[in-house]
Design a protein around this ligand. Structure first.
Ligand code: ADP
Ligand code: MG
Length: 363
């Protein structure tokens, strides 16, 4: 059992609060992800778990035991650092063996564990090579194998695949997910890539300036972001967040281009959020809806197509409505051109409401 618990943990560097009163539990066997912009406290969280930093206040427990006064070795948590420093003069095999040799594990056990981890990471065929003869992705896998071989209580990874090119990152994150599941160990993972966080994590903790803003399963955070801050972090293109006004029979945004017939909309909403995939776009035809009029209770004024990005399986359309810009994600390759006039709409149930502070409003 290696759940990891933070109780009101704060860590300061001088006047900077790197981690601000964090309380959360990472469950045993969980793939838990910290996600946030640079300097939001992600690496500090990991260093606190590892024992490279001690909290100024609060308590950390690993597997039920308080670890504040334990050394990193006593905590038995393995870290994969951002810069994958393999020993250049050693073969991949000796790199992977190194932590076990250091801990004086018996030779037969070393061989068994290296073979095991090499099979899981598909590196058996390259173990004889020195790092200089390996590709970036292979070096990555060797470095991960070196961390996994020790059989620790939990693994920590700090943006371990950020140096890889996009295609290799996509492959490696799928492997990481499979490896974590097979190992059945707690993994705390840091990434700055929202798609990677959503793809790998059982749960994500969203950080802002050392504070945890939301914790939940990726789909939960995506569907019910607690604030405009969180809403903007997950999703690409990001959620459209627009100033809103109460109008006749509902809510208006984007200078009247969006009208939502939602009498139950929270009265204190000042902004609405609509995911690009929830925006419907259809050609504007004269007379269909009279200018400024509301024929079906939902249609608004026309918007103009500002730009079209065909991405193969889907198309991103940027729309202009007065000063407002919004983006719609359409399936396939619709016949839509810049400067066309269109009608836009969205289901009332797909609209997020936010108050003055940016907090999501319950309904
Ligand atoms: P992230 O990993 O999300 O980029 P960090 O945890 O590295 O964020 O940093 C969080 C905050 O703590 C930042 O403001 C950073 O400047 C500060 N910080 C981190 N480590 C140190 C340190 N060793 N000395 C001083 N400030 C630090
Ligand atoms: Mg960092």
């Amino acid at each position: 059992m290696a759940d990891i618990v933070f109780r009101n943990v704060t860590k300061r560097y001088g006047a900077t609060i790197a981690v601000d009163d964090a309380s959360f539990t990472v469950n045993d066997n969980e793939f838990f992800c910290f996600f946030g912009p640079p300097l939001s406290g992600k690496s500090t969280m990991l260093r606190l778990v590892l024992g490279l930093e001690t909290p100024d206040s609060g308590e950390i427990l690993i597997g039920g035991s308080p670890v504040n006064t334990m050394s990193p070795a006593e905590r038995n948590v393995a870290m994969v650092f951002q810069n994958l420093a393999l020993f250049p003069h050693m073969s991949a095999r000796d790199n992977v063996r190194f932590p076990l040799v250091e801990h004086r594990v018996a030779e037969a056990e070393i061989e068994k564990r290296v073979a095991d981890v090499a099979a899981k990471l598909h590196i058996g065929h390259i173990l004889h090579k020195p790092p200089a003869q390996l590709s970036g992705g292979e070096r990555q896998r060797v470095a991960i194998a070196r961390a996994l071989v020790r059989d620790p209580n939990a693994y920590l990874m700090d943006d371990p695949i950020s140096a890889l090119d996009a295609r290799l990152r996509e492959e490696t994150r799928v492997e990481l997910k499979r490896i974590q599941r097979e190992l059945g160990k707690t993994l705390i993972y840091v990434t700055h890539d929202q798609e990677e966080a959503m793809s790998v994590a059982d749960r994500i903790a969203i950080l802002e300036n050392g504070r945890i803003r939301q914790i939940g399963a990726p789909a939960e955070i995506y569907d019910r972001p607690a604030s405009t801050y969180v809403a903007r972090l997950l999703g690409s293109p990001m959620m459209n967040i627009l100033k809103s006004l109460r109008g006749e029979g509902g809510v208006e945004a984007a200078e009247g281009a969006i009208r939502i017939a939602d009498k139950a909309a929270p009265a204190d909403a000042v902004e609405i959020g609509v995911r690009p995939e929830d925006i419907k776009v259809r050609p504007w035809s004269d007379g269909e809806i009279s200018e400024g009029g509301v024929s079906d209770g939902r249609a608004g004024r026309p918007a103009r197509v500002f730009e079209v990005e065909p991405l193969g399986g889907y198309t991103v359309v940027t729309l202009a409505a007065g000063q407002a810009r919004l983006r719609a994600l359409l399936r396939g390759q619709p016949d839509i051109r810049p400067d066309a006039m269109v009608a836009i709409s969205c289901e009332p149930g797909r609209v997020h409401y936010f108050g003055q502070s940016g907090a999501a409003l319950g309904r």
